[in-house]
Design a protein around this ligand. Structure first.
Ligand code: NAP
Length: 525
């Protein structure tokens, strides 16, 4: 069986601790094992900071863009192999696996282009110079330079490929070396990607390190130039961002956590309209893609009172056609959730939501028979569609993220104000979507929801066939959200670089500042 190793301080390191077995969540057969520690984390951080950091900072943004682009090509060249691993270890259908792996390659490609377009510069000029007093000589200019530390990336189990590479793309482009840690249960894809990166010798030594298993006392070695980017549950986030050394050293922290993403149906959309069909398709995709284990998946479905019956019928009919089973089989539309623990958590979450909602499809989530799987095996959960009994008083649906194929219909009046109020009860989200052709309604919703979200998706009839759904995170747009969603922000083209750069205001004599930081990228290197 394959043993997943760490790649740290310029070499592969196999842990000597108790091994954790990774399984195929459809069959429960072992696929790999991970043995963590002991690792000298102080040495690992120092090696990345000096070897990796110095090598990356010696390059221009354009040169780093070329490296990031080469990583994209590498992942794409091994697409089929990685898809097979995602199916075996992640419970992914082929479509789910492509979403993850193509998402990784696509984000790397997009950031490669961002870097190449920045060209021969080693720092960024931020905005125009400003005259600071009555004297025209005294001006101030903001610039942004790479931080001289490491970026520790800790990722969630649901996107082992995209999670690792969307973060690495931005940090490497910014000139900051990365120490990346995938979630252990689905680490096989990330581990193979790391092997490919090492074999291909694309990156300078120390630019990318890989941690298999636990991180030991790694975080206690972080200092003021380092950053920590975490994706996962709110509980883990809270614990990590509160670590003594992280707080004491003012380590910059970005958190991507839970989110109770909503889809709001406008009352103007007739059942036979394209906008309505788009809404149904997006809810269905988000419930079943990756068995609902997407941080951006629609959890709350707001439907005007008089349209609830139609929506319930249409979603139930479509959910009834989804074939559940071993995702390695072509006919299967939804695989298992990733782990036994995940299955238990989802079942418990459904039970909790049923205290205030009726199950209108999927009962308690049990699956009597999964296609191509020995009876009793696999971590399967049926898609479950719930409907709130009382939309006004319910609380659990706005507070508890069930990380599986589960969504809840929330009846509402059809008024924008009421919909905004209900969605805002989620306490801050990654993304919500609104479906309507009524521009006034869309406007009220957009301005009402914007303070509570990192991203909004406005789905109108004419957009049908032209857009990816709200669940797709795109490198051009920011990803993250306030409150419950972690308060973080990633991606968004150039915006994503800010986390890894130090913005510095420089005040001085205008001709000197113009000579040093003039907006002529090719001379500034
Ligand atoms: P999790 O249990 O919080 O784990 C996330 C990561 O933290 C894993 O790599 C885990 O490693 C690591 N970790 C756990 N304890 C740690 C510790 N004491 N020190 C250092 N690292 C530690 O979350 P998950 O179950 O993987 O992911 C599901 C959650 O992630 C959901 O709530 C979902 O909403 C959220 N999520 C959010 C986004 C987003 O972009 N906002 C994206 C995806 C998922 P081990 O696996 O080795 O324990």
């Amino acid at each position: 069986m394959k043993t997943i190793r760490s790649y740290v301080a310029g070499g592969w390191a196999e842990g000597a601790g108790k091994a954790q077995t990774l399984v195929n969540p459809a069959t429960e057969e072992p696929v790999a094992e991970v043995a963590a520690g002991p690792v000298d984390w102080g040495r690992v951080v120092a090696h990345a900071r000096t070897r990796g950091g110095e090598a990356l900072r010696a390059l221009t943004f354009g040169e780093r863009g070329q490296l990031v682009k080469a990583l994209s090509k590498l992942i794409h060249a091994h697409r089929d192999e990685l898809i097979a691993l995602a199916i075996a270890n992640g419970g992914n259908t082929r479509g789910d696996a492509k979403f993850d792996i193509d998402g990784a390659a696509g984000t790397l490609a997009a950031y490669g282009e961002v870097g190449i377009n920045l060209g021969k510069v080693k720092f960024l000029v931020d905005g125009e110079a400003a005259q600071l007093t009555r004297s025209v000589r005294f001006v101030g200019q903001h610039i942004a330079v790479p931080r001289q530390g490491v970026a520790v990336h800790i990722n969630a189990f649901n996107f082992p490929a995209w999670g690792m590479m969307e973060k690495a793309a931005v940090a490497l482009l910014a000139g900051v070396p990365v120490i990346t840690k995938p979630a252990t249960s689905t680490a096989l894809v990330a581990a193979r990607m790391m092997e490919l990166v090492v074999e291909a010798k694309i990156l300078p030594e120390g630019a990318l390190s890989f941690v298999a298993g636990g991180v030991g006392d790694l975080l206690s070695h972080l200092e003021g130039q380092d950053v920590l980017a975490f994706t996962g549950s709110s509980d883990t986030a809270q614990m990590l961002r509160g670590q003594k050394d992280v707080v004491a050293q003012s380590v910059r922290v970005n958190v991507e956590a839970d989110s109770l993403n909503a889809a709001v149906l406008g009352r103007d959309l007739a059942r036979d309209s394209e906008g309505y069909a788009l809404f149904v398709a997006d809810v269905l995709r988000d419930m079943t893609q990756k068995a609902g284990q997407k941080c951006t998946a629609i959890r709350r479905v707001l439907v005007p009172d008089d349209m609830v019956e139609a929506v319930r019928e249409d979603l139930s009919e479509r959910l009834g056609a989804v074939k559940i089973g071993d995702p390695a089989r072509e006919e299967v539309g939804m695989g298992p959730v990733a782990t036994k623990k995940q299955q238990e958590d989802v079942r418990a979450g459904i039970a909790r939501l049923r205290e205030e909602a009726d199950s209108v499809f999927g009962g308690d989530g049990s699956v009597a028979e999964a296609i191509g799987v020995p009876k009793g095996k696999g971590f399967f959960v049926s898609p479950v569609l719930l409907q709130l009994r009382d939309g006004k008083t319910a609380t659990r649906v706005h507070a508890h993220e069930v990380f599986g194929p589960v969504s809840t219909i929330i009846p509402y009046s059809g008024e924008a104000k009421d919909a905004v109020d209900l969605v805002a009860r989620g306490g801050g989200g990654l993304v919500s979507s609104v479906y309507s052709d009524d521009r006034r309604f869309l406007g009220e919703m957009a301005f009402g929801l914007a303070p509570h979200h990192g991203r909004l998706f406005l789905g109108s009839s004419k957009l049908a066939g032209h857009a990816v759904g709200p669940g797709t995170v795109l490198p051009q747009l920011v990803h993250g959200g306030p409150g419950r969603a972690g308060g973080g922000e990633e991606l968004g083209s150039l915006r994503g670089l800010a986390f890894y750069l130090q913005r510095t205001a420089i005040a001085g004599d205008k001709p000197i500042l113009e000579a040093l930081f003039g907006n002529k990228p090719d001379d500034a290197a």
